[in-house]
Design a protein around this ligand. Structure first.
Ligand SMILES: CC(C)(COP(=O)(O)OP(=O)(O)OC[C@H]1O[C@@H](n2cnc3c(N)ncnc32)[C@H](O)[C@@H]1OP(=O)(O)O)[C@@H](O)C(=O)NCCC(=O)NCCS
Length: 133
């Protein structure tokens, strides 16, 4: 990442999504709940791949909004598996935006850590496949 932060997931975002006018809060910036939702989706992507099946979010350990997100920003979410338990997977998510200014800016706006649990057909925890760890 250009501003010196640690690279995540080979420097490729797992998710890239535009921030739209429908997602603003009363102050005119993007609603934090919308960003949290994108963070949850992004974190689940490597968790599902590792679990080789369904996961649910069990906890958000940390979520920090560093800078506001503006309408028109292109939001890029990077996610990396931090640790794997028996049935749980902890994922770090970093959120950056491309802002179309002159010159364009790439801004670190949010960071989070979440835990997902691999579940079976009954919604019960199941072991993360060994080959995955
Ligand atoms: C996630 C869920 C299946 C876990 O079921 P459970 O019977 O509590 O399972 P366990 O106590 O065996 O915990 C399963 C794993 O989750 C971890 N875990 C449970 N609560 C946790 C918490 N608050 N924070 C971090 N990890 C937690 C456990 O440490 C365990 O990890 P491990 O197997 O790697 O050691 C259940 O709590 C659930 O269905 N929650 C709702 C999930 C949901 O609806 N999410 C929102 C939409 S995706």
């Amino acid at each position: 990442m250009p501003d010196g932060h640690e690279l995540l997931a080979g420097d490729e975002p797992v998710l890239r999504v535009p921030a739209r006018p429908a997602d603003i809060n009363a102050g005119g910036d993007i609603f934090g709940g919308w960003i949290m939702s994108q963070v949850d989706i992004a974190g689940s992507i490597p968790a599902v791949a590792l679990a080789q099946g369904r996961v649910v979010t069990v906890a958000v350990q940390r979520l920090v909004f560093l800078k506001p997100v503006k309408v028109g920003d292109l939001v890029s979410l990077y996610a990396r598996v931090e640790s794997v338990g028996r049935t749980s997977i902890r994922v770090a998510v970093e959120v950056y935006v491309h802002r179309r200014l002159s010159p364009p800016e790439f801004i670190h706006v949010c960071e989070a850590e979440l835990t997902y649990v691999a579940i079976d057909e009954q919604g019960k925890p199941r072991p993360v496949p060994k080959s995955a760890g």
